[in-house]
Design a protein around this ligand. Structure first.
Ligand SMILES: *Cc1c(COP(=O)(O)O)cnc(C)c1O
Length: 498
C-alpha cells in the first residue's frame, strides 16, 4: 500500500518513507491511498489472539513494505517483555452499566502515548534503513507534557537515533517534568525552554525546515524526523486498540459480533479519535465516535457548527494534555470528508494559518455528524465526575478520562442512545495525583510523591511502579535555554554523541 499527502494527492510514497520522514515536504500529512476494509472472518481471527498478535494483524494491512519478521519483532518489543504490565497492553474494565473503560496507560510513562511511542521507534529503524539509506535520525519533540516522556522512553538507546525534547519551563506538571529530566539513555537530551509550549513548538517547526540546519545535519549523515502525532507511525498503532477493545467485548459476551458500540475519546490533537474513525471506516461496527473536550472546546464547536475557530481564549485546565486550540490531525479527517481533495484541504489549512479559522459546507458538516458527536465539560464538572465515579462504581479516573465520562453522560441525555460505550482512558490517575485528590475533597500536599501516596491510601488503588521509582532517580537534565538557542544546542548534541 502506498501513501499520499493531504496537501498534494500526486505524491505516492511507501509506508517506510512516510514513517521515516514524518511530514510531507509541502507541509501535508501522510495518509494511506486507500483504507483497507475488513470482514467478519478477519474480525473473528482477532478474538483468540494476544495483544501483540492483534497489533500485527492490523499493522500488516497498512505497512505492506515491512517484512513479517520486522512487524513481529516490533510488536513483540513494544507490547511484551515487561514493557506492559502483565503483557496485556490495553485491558478493558467493565463498569457494569453499559460502560467499558479501555485502559491505555499501563505502559512505562502511564499515559496512552506509550501505545504508539513504544512501537514507533521499532518501525522507524527498519523504515530508515530502507527509505533513508541508513542515515542517522535526529528526532525533535516540542512537548506540553506526555509526548516528551513517552518519546524519550520509546527512543531511549535506539541505535541510529538521537532524540531532543523541549518543554516549556514551568509549563508542565511536576510529575511530567521529573519524568523527563531523569530520563536514562545515551542518545537523549532534554531542555526546558524559557517560554510557553507554542514558543517551543514554533521553533521546532522552524528548525525542521531551516535549509542551513538541514545541510549541517546532512554533513553528519543525519536527517530530522518527528515523533509527534502527525507521524503516520504514531497513528497506525492506535487503530489496533479500537479493534482489540471490540474483540474483548465480544470475548466476554458483553456484545455479539456485529453489534454496534460507541467510543468516547478525550481529545486534544485529534490523533486518538482519528484512529477510531479509521477503524470504523475499515469495517469495525462503531455507531458514534464521541469527541470529548475540556473548556478548550474548539472541536465541540467545529462538530456542531462546521466552523473551526481558534480565535478564542486559551484555558489552562485540569486535563492539560487536551489544552490545545489547533488540532493537527483534524487535517487527515478533512481529507476524507472532502473525498480526498488535497487542494481543498490546502486552502483550509492556509486559512487556518493566516486567520486561525475556516468553515466547512453543509454537506461536509452532515458527513461529519454521521460519525461524530462533540461535547465538552469544564473543570468543576470534571471534579464532580471523578468523585461520582469513585462513589458510584468504585473506579478511579484521571481528569482526562473524567472529561470523557462527563461528555458521555451528556451524549446519553441528548440522544437517548443505549448502545454499549467504550470510554477511552488516556492516563493513570497517579500521573495527576494532586488534581485527583482535590477532586475527591482531600487537600493537596505540596510534595508530589506525598500526593501519590495519599491517593493510594485514600482509594486503595496501587501506585504504578514507574511513578514510585521516580522518587529516587537522579536529575540528569537541568538546562534552561531561550528558544533561539535551540539550533545551537541541537547541533552540539548532534556532534557530541556517537
Ligand atoms: C495526548 C493526550 C490526550 C489527547 O490525545 P490526542 O491524540 O492529542 O487527541 C488525551 N489525554 C492524555 C492523557 C494525553 O496524554
Amino acid at each position: 500500500m502506498q501513501y499520499t499527502s493531504t496537501r498534494d494527492k500526486t505524491l505516492s510514497v511507501t509506508s517506510s518513507f512516510a514513517i521515516a520522514n514524518g511530514i510531507s515536504p509541502e507541509g501535508g500529512l501522510y495518509v494511506p491511498e486507500t483504507l483497507p476494509s475488513v470482514d467478519e472472518t478477519w474480525l473473528t481471527d482477532l478474538l483468540e489472539k494476544e495483544y501483540p498478535d492483534r497489533a500485527e494483524q492490523v499493522l500488516s494491512l497498512f505497512l505492506t513494505d515491512f517484512s513479517a519478521e520486522e512487524l513481529r519483532s516490533a510488536v513483540t518489543g513494544a507490547y511484551t517483555n515487561g514493557v506492559y504490565e502483565e503483557d496485556w497492553a490495553a485491558p478493558l474494565a467493565d463498569l457494569s452499566d453499559g460502560r467499558f473503560v479501555l485502559e491505555l496507560w499501563h505502559g512505562p510513562t502511564c499515559a496512552f502515548k506509550d501505545m504508539a511511542l513504544q512501537l514507533l521507534p521499532r518501525l522507524m529503524v527498519p523504515a530508515a534503513k530502507r527509505a533513508l539509506d541508513g542515515k542517522q535520525i535526529m528526532i525533535l519533540v516540542a512537548t506540553s507534557g506526555d509526548t516528551g516522556k513517552a518519546a524519550l522512553e520509546g527512543f531511549c538507546d535506539v541505535e541510529g537515533v538521537k532524540i531532543a525534547v523541549f518543554y516549556p519551563n514551568e509549563g508542565v506538571s511536576p510529575m511530567q517534568q521529573l519524568q523527563m529530566v531523569t530520563q536514562r539513555g545515551g542518545n537523549v537530551a532534554v531542555y526546558a525552554i524559557e517560554g510557553n509550549f507554542d514558543n517551543a513548538q514554533t521553533e521546532v517547526k522552524k528548525i525542521f525546515t531551516d535549509r542551513k540546519m538541514i545541510d549541517r545535519l546532512a554533513a553528519r549523515n543525519t536527517v530530522f524526523s518527528s515523533a509527534n502525532s502527525i507521524n503516520w507511525g504514531r497513528l497506525v498503532p492506535q487503530i489496533v486498540y479500537y479493534f482489540s477493545a471490540y474483540a474483548d467485548m465480544v470475548g466476554c459476551e458483553c456484545i455479539k459480533q456485529g453489534d454496534p458500540v460507541n467510543f468516547v475519546v478525550p481529545t486534544g490533537n485529534f490523533g486518538n479519535i482519528l484512529a477510531g474513525y479509521y477503524a470504523k471506516r475499515m469495517g469495525l461496527p462503531v455507531h458514534k465516535l464521541i469527541c470529548a473536550s475540556n473548556s478548550n472546546n474548539v472541536l465541540t464547536d467545529f462538530i456542531n457548527d462546521g466552523v473551526y475557530d481558534a480565535n478564542r481564549d486559551f484555558f489552562t485546565t485540569l486535563s492539560p494534555s487536551m489544552d490545545i486550540l489547533v488540532s493537527s490531525n483534524l487535517e487527515r479527517l478533512l481529507f476524507e470528508l472532502t473525498d480526498r481533495d488535497s487542494e481543498a484541504v490546502r486552502d483550509m489549512m492556509e486559512q487556518l494559518s493566516k486567520e486561525r479559522r475556516y468553515a466547512i459546507g453543509d454537506e461536509m458538516k452532515a458527513r461529519l455528524a454521521e460519525d461524530f458527536w462533540g461535547g465538552y465539560i469544564d473543570d468543576a464538572k470534571c471534579q464532580t465526575v471523578i468523585q461520582n465515579t469513585l462513589d458510584d462504581v468504585g473506579y478511579l479516573v484521571d481528569p482526562h478520562t473524567a472529561v470523557a465520562l462527563g461528555v458521555y453522560d451528556d451524549y446519553k441525555a441528548a440522544t437517548g442512545d443505549t448502545y454499549p460505550a467504550v470510554i477511552v482512558s488516556t492516563a493513570s490517575p497517579f500521573k495527576f495525583a494532586g488534581s485527583v485528590l482535590s477532586a475527591l475533597g482531600v487537600s493537596q500536599p505540596a510534595d508530589e510523591f506525598a500526593a501519590v501516596r495519599m491517593l493510594a491510601k485514600q482509594t486503595g488503588v496501587p501506585v504504578p511502579e514507574s511513578i514510585e521509582a521516580l522518587e529516587n532517580k537522579k536529575i540528569r537534565f537541568s538546562k534552561v535555554i531561550l528558544p533561539d538557542e535551540m539550533p545551537a544546542e541541537i547541533e552540539a548534541f548532534a556532534s557530541n554523541i556517537k
